[in-house]
Design a binder for this molecule. Sequence first.
Ligand SMILES: NC(=O)c1ccc[n+]([C@@H]2O[C@H](COP(=O)([O-])OP(=O)(O)OC[C@H]3O[C@@H](n4cnc5c(N)ncnc54)[C@H](OP(=O)(O)O)[C@@H]3O)[C@@H](O)[C@H]2O)c1
Length: 281
Amino acid sequence: MMLLLKGAPVSKTIRESLKKDVEELKSRGVVPKLVAFAIQPDESSLEYMRGQEKSAEKLGIAYERLILKDADLKEAKRIILELNESRDVHGIIVMRPLPENVPEQELLALLSPRKDVEGVTLQNLGYLFHEAGGFSPCTAEAILRIADHYGVSFEGKNVVIVGRSITVGKPIAMMLLRKSRNATVTVCHTRTRDLKAHTKMADVLIVAVGRANMVGREHVKPGSVIFDVGINLTDSGITGDVNFDEVCELVDAITPVPGGISPVTTAVLMSRVVEIAKNAG
Ligand SMILES: NC(=O)c1ccc[n+]([C@@H]2O[C@H](COP(=O)([O-])OP(=O)(O)OC[C@H]3O[C@@H](n4cnc5c(N)ncnc54)[C@H](OP(=O)(O)O)[C@@H]3O)[C@@H](O)[C@H]2O)c1
């Protein structure tokens, strides 16, 4: 029987322990605080920030949206440096995509890795490669949390990842190559020849592309496990990158969309804010 790898029980466990930590911090006069800094945000960034705010509120984490109306690089740099220094601010998110004329690397280079809750600074990504701690990208971490919760092992498995973004595909590949996970990893992208030939070999398939239902029955090995990271807004609502109806009878386990990886990603993000506050307090 197919196992649905729902995110809710995983995020609930994380949130419950966070609530206790937040209460304890508040009793010591420390309020964990997350700031999202956006420059001329698009509608999807605004929506993402509204979601963050709701999750933070539920946990008693303070949340602030800082929005710069002009693509003023000098001012953006000043704001990031000020947030780095602020004792009241524990986590900082620099919302992406940034406007075209704002150089992402230049801004991220200023962001303190200790407050980089999304794990996107060069330092945190370097720590990830060196297995030296730091914050890894939240979505990659969320995949591991779900796998561990449901007892999905990667040991010796052929894991195929579709997508090579810096926030999902590349970091999860690195995390699964660790000796603690021991997967054999293949990463596919738009220039991969014969995608199906690769995905059909996958004991575990991770799809992070951003194209509704692009993975169908013909891509999937019977008895495999699928992590569907995609979030696509379609006429029939939110859907993943995997055609759930087509593959659900073939696979052993699959994350649903919505309700799979996203709630865990948010919980991981919040857990980092609290962790920083605990270490600072
Ligand atoms: N659930 C969550 O918490 C969460 C978090 C983050 C992202 N997401 C969702 O995950 C999806 C991916 O996000 P992202 O930020 O990783 O996206 P991204 O930066 O746009 O990267 C997409 C990747 O998919 C590859 N790709 C695109 N079309 C392909 C095709 N036809 N065949 C093979 N590979 C293809 C691209 O290849 P190239 O490199 O060759 O262009 C690229 O590496 C989106 O739907 C996003 O909304 C969900």
